[in-house]
Design a binder for this molecule. Structure first.
Ligand code: HEM
Length: 148
């Protein structure tokens, strides 16, 4: 597995531990009748879906999808050299910024621009991922008989 994929998969493992920790904490607080702000559930869901699932999918997809050596000769057919790092930073810095800023937005402690920047960063990350991986979604270059 290439270094870039390991970065995404290990990030996803950190995120799932955090998401389960947060989910477990909220469940215990609910069971004890303490309650918690609704926005905690939103952040927990984002850590789980973006932090765990999206990082895992990107890491595995960039590793396992068919290689395109004509398009990406310098990375054994995988991606433009710096694309994984650009995507990792945009996605995960954007996620952290959202998780940290969103609970404070309503209180006016954090500027609205924080959530706008976080949202744009994450959306841009997925566009860069989708554009670079597009060239690898294809059939085998030397198909065996009967294989499409
Ligand atoms: C990958 C795993 C998980 C995913 C994708 C996930 C996803 C979600 C989603 C989408 C919500 C609703 C968020 C909202 O209302 O805005 C939620 C809420 C919640 N989750 Fe999870 N979750 C995961 C794991 C867990 C675990 C392991 C626990 C507890 C042990 C947990 C406890 C909770 C609690 C207590 C809530 C709030 C429910 C409420 O509003 O009362 N979650 N989760």
């Amino acid at each position: 597995m290439p270094r870039e994929s390991r970065l995404f998969v290990k990030t996803s493992l950190v995120a799932i531990v955090v998401a389960f920790g947060a989910g477990g904490t909220m469940a215990i607080m609910k069971a004890l009748g303490w309650g918690f702000p609704d926005v905690w559930a939103t952040e927990h869901a984002h850590i789980a879906f973006v932090g765990w699932l999206v990082n895992l999918v990107i890491g595995i997809a960039w590793w396992m999808l068919p290689l395109n050596r004509e398009r990406f000769p310098s990375t054994a057919g995988r991606y433009p050299p710096n694309a994984p790092y650009v995507v990792w930073w945009l996605l995960n810095a954007g996620l952290c910024l959202r998780v940290v800023s969103e609970p404070y937005l309503a209180l006016g402690i954090v500027p609205r621009a924080a959530l706008i920047v976080a949202s744009c960063a994450q959306a841009l990350a997925i566009v860069v991922f989708a554009v670079t991986v597009w060239a690898r979604v294809r059939g085998p270059s030397h198909p065996a008989k009967g294989v499409r």
